[in-house]
Write a protein that binds this ligand. Structure first.
Ligand SMILES: CC(C)(COP(=O)(O)OP(=O)(O)OC[C@H]1O[C@@H](n2cnc3c(N)ncnc32)[C@H](O)[C@@H]1OP(=O)(O)O)[C@@H](O)C(=O)NCCC(=O)NCCS
Length: 196
């Protein structure tokens, strides 16, 4: 498999992470509310661990994962990360994402994730995307809903975070869910342009 390509969206560019992104990533991963629901880093983060993690994800094979830096185009600013962890045997991938809290609630992650989903089904031709979030993570829940993920269940006390076990909601998206969500988006766009 060749390197994952750059993805352009109306306001964002998703491009492969680079070692030179390290200090900027430490800056936004260091925000308490960004780490609240992450599995692999907790507050306060250790910058050296972030740099080691970054080197590992950059060196990983495209068959194993994709990690894109999310760049807000008007400011040329790296504002977050979106990832796919591949499961080639089962033709599926798990999506993860996080964003600098200064940029929350502008629809950025929904925009980034939607284009990554299109890439998964249209170009990688995978069968399924997994997504999970801790029950208390209302923002991630809303992003999953807006994207068209189907809620499939709950792992009781499935993640251990900040000293206690957390319930976790589990979602999936099959190609049929993606096609339905794409139809709905097109209908909404048409209605909006007719009423404008
Ligand atoms: C989850 C996260 C990526 C969302 O990014 P974002 O760019 O703000 O997401 P969007 O703007 O596309 O959508 C956020 C939605 O959540 C809603 N929202 C905001 N605060 C909320 C809350 N406390 N509870 C429920 N929904 C909330 C917003 O109103 C918006 O919905 P709307 O468009 O219907 O108004 C971001 O909050 C983040 O990085 N969180 C920390 C890391 C994390 O939790 N990652 C996911 C781990 S599973």
């Amino acid at each position: 498999m060749s390197r994952h390509r750059i993805i352009e969206t109306p306001r964002l560019q998703l491009r492969p992470l680079e070692l030179s992104d390290g200090d900027r990533i430490v800056e936004f991963m260091g925000q308490r509310h960004v780490t609240d629901f992450l599995l692999f880093f907790s507050y306060p983060i250790n910058p050296d661990q972030v740099h080691v993690w970054l080197k590992n994800v950059i060196e990983a094979k495209p068959e194993q994962c994709a990690y894109w830096g999310i760049v807000e185009k008007s400011q040329s600013m790296l504002i977050g990360i979106i990832s796919l962890t591949m499961d080639t045997y089962h033709h599926k991938t798990e999506m993860g994402y996080w964003l600098d809290s200064d940029y929350w609630n502008n629809g950025y992650m929904t925009e980034a994730a939607w284009h990554a989903i299109e890439y998964v089904f249209s170009e990688l031709k995978l069968h399924r995307i997994d997504l999970t979030h801790m029950v208390a993570n209302g923002r991630s829940q809303r992003v999953a809903q807006k994207l068209g993920f189907q809620l499939e269940g709950c792992w009781r006390e499935g993640h251990f975070k900040n000293g206690s076990y957390k319930d976790v909601k589990i979602y999936g998206m099959l190609e049929v869910d993606f096609l339905r969500a794409r139809r709905l988006r097109e209908q909404e766009k048409n209605q909006a342009s007719q009423s404008a």
